[in-house]
Ligand binder design. Structure first.
Ligand code: BGC
Length: 445
């Protein structure tokens, strides 16, 4: 068969994404660390411990070398608030300087940094056991002050920012199903938190632009398309739309309109949030099908499952559904903003599924780019296996496998596959034939 190639533009960014808590290790002054110590919170009682040892052991250096050698041109990381501001009246300049070294280290290796300012985790003083400040409007100015400090310190090397990672997941996991700290189950508290997350994002947007007019600021959304089980049965359609409106599109719609949708209440005006996005940050993993089910009020009377042709991973949380990725990109295009895919990946220790996942999802990404949709970069989750929140170390997302005892990294075949794609800035039939021969006929007929 003749060689065929799906090419991407030279300026397209190729990278991986990580978050501070999940890779740094020893993030002891945080709510998630405290949470980890409680029985039953993390699968098999796992602990983040040294994680990927980026902080004390400085292993970010060797991991950035891996990314650079593999032809990546960008990397997304996050700053841990607890390190920069360990107490309300104390800034740690040494920690800020360490983050400066990291982002400079990326630039020195030819990688463009994308920096997230909040990724699920808080300093203990923000998340007091009695009083979590995300439930109070006080958080807005506190977060803005922290953002000012970080942007002042890192701005020389960074102009791509993400304010708050996945506010929709954070609100649901922390305040609806209680999987993350503070472990609450109150829809009304969740709505208060959603409003404060949005206000804090808007304040951060203004601070970043004040310091750096040319910055690009995003708000990464965990985007899960939901298809009605029976499209001609209106209750299924209603449930799918309601779940979508209150999860995937909740925050982007609020930024578009300046009003935040609420449950059982009229929408809340938050005018300062209107227009506070320079690009859409899309985190896509998986899609769902939903059917109306009166017995499940917790999920807004829907019962979710995976599309029949989707391939589930070992966790039962995600399944490979490349068409869902295309749908997500199509939806995002409607916002008329540049798009960066800030996370996409699958947990798969053995790497068989990941290779198929990568190839089939990048094929959908290429379709979008080929239609001239304004997609500017792709960050695979993740570079090295890292601490996967409530799933501990049971769910492995790395292109590189991590031995947590020895800190040895071993490339999975997907690391080489992704390196070939990044280096050639293309998905070619040769690469598909080598890594996923079973897909060759479908992708390059
Ligand atoms: C989060 C990551 C997480 C990934 C895989 C995303 O929702 O932003 O922190 O590791 O999902 O579960």
């Amino acid at each position: 068969m003749a060689r065929a190639t799906h090419s991407f533009p030279d300026s397209f960014l190729w990278g991986t994404a990580t978050s501070g808590y999940q890779v740094e290790g020893q993030s002891t002054n945080t709510d998630f660390w405290r949470w980890e110590q409680l029985p039953g919170r993390i699968a098999q009682g796992h602990k983040s411990g040294r994680a990927c040892d980026w902080w004390e052991g400085g292993r970010w250096r060797e991991d950035f070398d891996r990314a650079a050698n593999d032809g990546h041109s960008a990397h997304r990381l996050s700053v841990e608030w607890s390190r920069v501001q360990p107490a309300p009246d104390r800034w740690d300049d040494a920690a800020l300087d360490y983050y400066r070294q990291m982002v400079r280290g990326l630039r020195e290796r030819g990688l463009t940094p994308l920096v997230t300012l909040h990724h699920f985790v808080n300093p203990l003083w923000v998340a007091d056991t009695q009083r979590n400040l995300w439930e109070s409007a006080e958080i807005v100015l506190l977060f803005a002050a922290y953002v000012r400090k970080v942007v002042g310190a890192l701005g020389e090397f960074v102009n791509l920012w993400a304010t708050i990672n996945e506010p929709n997941v954070y609100m649901v996991f922390g305040w609806v199903n209680g999987i993350f700290p503070p472990g609450k189950k109150s829809i009304f508290a969740a709505m208060r938190v959603a409003a404060n997350l949005l206000r804090a994002h808007a304040a951060a947007y203004c601070v970043i632009h004040e310091l750096q007019p040319q910055a690009l600021v995003g708000l990464p959304i965990h985007f899960r398309p939901i298809f009605p089980a029976h499209p001609d049965f209106w209750p299924d359609r209603w449930v799918a739309q309601t779940q979508f409106n209150l999860f995937s599109s909740l925050f982007p719609d609020a930024v578009r309109t300046g009003r935040l949708r609420q449950v059982l209440r009229p929408s809340l005006p938050i005018p300062e949030a209107k227009g506070t996005l320079d690009y859409f940050a899309l985190n896509y993993y998986s899609a769902d099908v939903t059917r109306f089910d009166l017995t499940n009020p917790r999920e807004l009377f829907g019962r979710r499952s995976f599309p029949t042709d989707a391939e589930p991973d070992s966790s039962g949380l995600y399944a490979s559904c490349p068409l869902g990725f295309y749908e997500a990109l199509k939806w995002a295009r409607g916002l008329r903003l540049p798009i960066y895919v800030t996370e996409n990946g699958i947990g798969d220790e053995t790497d068989g599924l990941r290779r198929r996942y990568l190839v089939t999802h990048l094929r959908q990404l290429w379709r979008a780019v080929n239609f001239n949709w304004n997609v500017r970069g792709y960050f695979h989750w993740s570079l090295v296996d890292n601490f996967e929140w409530e799933r501990g170390w049971t769910h492995r997302f790395g292109l590189y496998a991590l031995d947590t005892e020895t800190q040895v990294r071993t490339p999975r075949p997907s690391a080489r596959l992704y390196a070939e794609i990044c280096k050639s800035r293309a998905l070619s039939s040769d690469v598909v034939a080598q890594y996923t021969p079973e897909l060759l006929e479908t992708l390059f007929p």
